[in-house]
Design a protein around this ligand. Structure first.
Ligand code: SAM
Length: 244
């Protein structure tokens, strides 16, 4: 069978190696089923991360969230703080952070027990220790404060149009109430209980949420440095709240 146009040479080689019945696999891909789920892993920040249909496929944009966060942690000498990763999914953010800054003490939570299972496997595979907890953020009671709270929460509006492949990813990982804003508002509102007086909140956000969230964050953190930053396609994609 010939390689379909929308599959890279490398993915095609991996698929042929993994599956005997490649025709069936090509039909799945033609229906929009993500190639990454079929291959079973992706590279995230240079680390190998297993994925299946229970976790969001890590995105390039999220690698930039990690990169920018590491830069801020270094600048503010916060490389050994307690970290809370909310909605960890495959565990990709926590694993990349811990690999790059091994002194961080990371707790990562997710509402999906199946995601936590994958995240634990990924941590083991990458040889890092992370405290993964199966928990709904709305029920999570922190036992200590965090120097970094990082999250790429669900942020799509329920009526938002998405690519065909995205329809195969877990709904719980994608959509949020209140025009996609519910998790940001909850986390910012509760952050006085969660965040150290010197600490950072790092969010990945939707391209049209920056202006509103910056104002919202300012009302809870009037003295913090709050920035909305762009992704590689020049779209607003990150919100940082830096409490100094
Ligand atoms: C956009 S995905 C991000 C996954 C991963 N952090 C990443 O960047 O690829 C959001 C994650 O939040 C989790 N989630 C959704 N609602 C949650 C809640 N109420 N409490 C905790 N986690 C939640 C989902 O299960 C999903 O894994």
């Amino acid at each position: 069978m010939n390689k379909p146009d929308n599959i890279t040479d490398n993915d095609w080689r991996l698929l042929n190696k993994k599956y005997k019945n490649i025709t069936r696999i090509v039909h799945k891909i033609e229906k929009g089923y993500p190639v990454q789920y079929l291959i079973g892993d992706v590279s995230f920040y240079g680390y190998n991360i297993m994925v299946n249909k229970n976790v969001l496929i890590p995105r390039f944009e999220t690698e930039t969230l990690v990169e920018k966060t590491i830069k801020y942690l270094r600048e503010k000498t916060l490389e050994d703080v307690d970290v809370l990763d909310i909605g960890t999914g495959s565990g990709c953010i926590s694993i990349a952070l811990k690999k790059e800054l091994p002194s961080l003490k990371i707790t990562a939570i997710d509402i999906s027990s199946k995601a936590i299972k994958i995240a634990k496997k990924n941590a083991k595979k990458n040889n890092v220790k992370i405290n993964f907890i199966h928990k709904n953020i709305y029920k999570y009671k922190p036992v200590n404060k965090y120097g970094l709270i990082i999250s790429n929460p669900p942020y799509l509006k329920y009526n938002e149009r998405v690519d065909r492949q995205v329809l195969f990813e877990p709904k719980k990982a994608l959509y949020a109430k209140n025009n996609g804003l519910e998790y940001y508002e909850y986390i910012i509102k509760k952050a006085s209980r969660y965040l150290c007086s010197k600490g950072i909140i790092a969010f990945e956000i939707g391209y049209d949420q920056g202006e509103y969230l910056k104002k919202y964050a300012k009302s809870y953190f009037p003295d913090a440095i709050i920035t909305v930053e762009k992704d590689l396609s020049n779209k607003d994609r990150y919100l940082f709240i830096i409490n100094d």
